[in-house]
Design a protein around this ligand. Sequence first.
Ligand SMILES: [Fe+2]
Length: 338
Amino acid sequence: MNLKEWIGKSETVSDVATATPYAAFSATLDRAAERPPAGAPLPALWHWLYFLPLYRQSEIGPDGHAKRGGFLPPVPLPRRMWAGSQFEFHKPLRIGDAITRVSTIHDVTEKSGRTGPLVFVNPDVDAAPLADTLGTIPAQLGARALDPATMEYRGRSREWVVEANWKIVVENYLECYHCPVAHKSFSRLIDVDPDAYRLATERWTASQFGPAAEDGRDLPYQPVGPIRASEFHYVWPNWTLNAFPGPPNLRVLVFQPLGPDRTSTFVDGFWAPGTPDEVVEEITAFGVVVGEEDNALVESVHRGLKAGLVEQGRLLLGGEHLIQHFQLLVHDALHLSR
Ligand SMILES: [Fe+2]
């Protein structure tokens, strides 16, 4: 069967933006589970609460989805995954609105990956690629022996929950003037002097570059390898790519909001092939120390803000312009969802 015959196939589904899914999802996010009145706007992405697929039991395939061959092509592979989406919000949907979803298949491509054959079904060939979000970061990483394609996954080193709002967690990540005070060992390894520590932003990313300190005294570990600086890249809205001095290493740290007061985080480590276990363990352990220092800090800030101690803050644009950049992205996202 030629799967390309599915290109151009279209599906239209109607629904009503009712109040109960809104209230149920609010409860999931630990917010008041009240059914909003007609006309209340839906936050961005909450359209996913509607148009849920409904199929008779006898029409469901072994993977729990509808049997293939309807709207989606009958790909003869065992699993299906969502690979990515892009959104443009023109105005919010409102409770009570009659809503319509139109889906069209624009492309079907067969490829081969490490796990075997793959089929990509693309409902929008005009969508901007992930590369547009990452900006120049992949090229920068490649130029410094940090090309992710050359790295090897060495496991998830840590999963933990921070008792703080995700926005506080991200803001803490985005500045290092707290480093000399909060991160004593990090500040011996990296030159955190504002004159040496470089900050840079692009449309969706914010980066920090810290050269390895020169005096080399009392270091938390001896960095051996081509990477001579730390670099921390934040990609809107919640993931980061981090390298410490030493062998080529990239540690992916993700911040997932669990509600207004809690954030779940994890670290996945990618290393140059052949990096000895003891080096991976030593640098990973150092990352845990820095992470725990940050946890204590953000949880304390969260408690202070929640207590109403601080009415408003003021940004120091010399050391905090990455936070300003983040605040603007948050502002834009909230503004567009209104
Ligand atoms: Fe920190």
